[in-house]
Design a protein around this ligand. Structure first.
Ligand SMILES: Cc1ncc(COP(=O)(O)O)c(C=O)c1O
Length: 447
């Protein structure tokens, strides 16, 4: 008997689709992962099976599960009676940590999720500039609100011409006219960016981007692309908005903007900022942030904004990210994992590519040259990736599938080099099974 399978059957009687969030069903196994216990870089399912966690709560638990300082901070707030929907001294303490660490942040505000953070940034950008249109990049993901949840994947007819990509809504129920507010450009194409700004630059309130395009695995922007984006937004009076929901704290305490040396006007910060608790933030230049009510005229509020438990957890987490040596450890782990994983693909003669930066990475099945934009990910063999994820889970490594063409994976700071080696040994067996499956299906190797 499996408690996991029973649980899914039970959940489906009451929860739509058996889950609280649609992407929690891992398509590789056809059900959600049910976690009974979690500690450090490991999780145990309801049947007591142990896994090394290379999903890390979609990037939220950068410190690992059950981090002692985070737990202590949360217990302290609980002991004080929580004080939900009021401010306490910790809000300004965490805001100060963010303003000190993140280059563009002169002032910040807290929200509950990455979706809310980008939504409020976009409203603020429109309030500040008095313009409505937005430029976004093909494939980049910015949360579940309707404004920019377009052009995440290509329609059956294909992605369309590079100069005029298909702008398909990512869900039914969305207002199609929102697409008219968007100018969509392929990532990493300074030439197309110049063209788009020449045509629409003066109508744009903001250009929003994933400064490291982790939602397609891990795609790095070229220097020319980023410099062009910064220059053109300045020239045309549009705000540059870095969506750092996933990239914040991932490779350095100042996030992608510090890593790239490009300072945006506004940024959204999510996931790891809460140390595993529901918190996000957005911040930017004081001149822009002062447009928020009550100082200014742009609304941003919410009952659970900056919940005191999440703020305490976030403060305990960010203080650890700012400790000397934290990112040396992250770089050491990544430096062992990524080349070794690439070597494993090669040893198993599987065409593929591992791309990683800081604590997050992508594995592409098929492409062997650098993956540089959404269109390159279309060469990635998603069916093979799902078979790999299923084999990895069987061997005791948890990867999540988010339903897109390619997926992002990651490790946490609680990992040691010995844990990385253990993960690699398990993945070696998983890749062996993948090859054996393709032998069974087709006779001689086809990878
Ligand atoms: C870059 C980016 N922006 C926004 C979001 C939305 O964040 P949340 O799921 O916390 O609403 C995500 C989530 O994966 C993300 O990766």
């Amino acid at each position: 008997m499996s408690r996991t399978i029973d649980q899914f059957e039970y959940a489906r009687k009451y929860l739509a689709g058996g889950v609280s969030a649609s992407t929690r069903v891992n398509r590789a196994i056809g059900r959600p992962m049910y976690i009974g216990r979690a500690a450090g870089c490991r999780v145990w399912d309801l049947d007591g099976r142990e896994y090394l966690d290379l999903c890390t709560s979609h990037g939220a638990t950068l410190l690992g599960h059950g981090n002692p300082q985070v737990a202590e901070a949360v217990e302290h707030v609980l002991a004080r009676g929580v004080g939900c929907s009021y401010e306490n001294e910790l809000h300004a303490d965490l805001a100060r940590e963010l303003c000190e660490a993140v280059p563009c942040c002169e002032r910040v505000r807290f929200t509950g999720s990455g979706t809310e953070a980008t939504m409020h940034c976009l409203r603020l950008a429109r309030a500040f500039t008095g313009r409505t249109r937005l430029l976004k990049f093909e494939g980049n993901f910015h949360g579940y609100h309707d404004q920019v949840m377009f052009a995440l994947s290509a329609p059956a007819s294909g992605p369309g011409p590079e100069t005029n990509p298909a702008v398909m809504p990512a869900s039914t129920g969305m207002v199609g006219q929102w697409a008219e507010q968007l100018v969509v450009v392929p990532y990493n194409r300074p030439d197309l960016l110049e063209r788009a700004f020449a045509a629409h630059g003066d109508e744009l309130a903001a250009a929003i981007c994933e400064p490291i395009y982790y939602n397609a695995g891990c795609i790095l922007p070229t220097r020319e692309f980023m410099e062009t984006l910064r220059r053109l937004t300045h020239q045309h009076g549009a705000l540059l908005l870095f969506d750092e929901v996933l990239s914040a704290f991932r490779m350095g305490v100042g996030g992608a903007q510090e890593y790239l040396g490009i300072t945006p006007d506004l940024c959204s910060i999510g996931k790891s900022v809460g140390g595993g608790f529901p918190l996000s933030a957005f911040g930017g230049r004081q001149e822009i942030m002062s447009r928020l009510m009550p100082e200014g005229d742009c609304q941003h509020s919410g009952t659970y904004n900056g919940h005191s438990v999440a703020v305490a957890a976030g403060l305990a987490a960010v203080r650890q990210y700012r400790q000397p040596g934290f990112y040396t450890h992250i770089a050491t782990l990544g430096g062992r994992l990524y080349p070794a994983l690439q070597a494993l693909l090669e040893r198993h003669e599987i065409a593929g590519r591992v791309q990683g930066l800081g604590a997050r990475f992508g594995i592409y099945f098929g492409p062997t040259r650098e993956v540089r934009d959404y269109r390159d990910t279309l060469a990635h063999d998603r069916a093979k990736m799902l078979r790999f994820i299923a084999a990895a889970i069987d061997e005791g490594v948890y990867f999540h599938d988010y339903g897109g063409a390619a997926c992002h994976h990651g490790f946490c700071a609680a990992m040691t080099l010995a844990d990385v080696d253990e993960a690699l040994a398990r993945l070696d067996r998983a890749l062996g099974r993948l090859v054996a499956q393709s032998h069974d299906a087709t006779g001689p190797k086809t990878s």
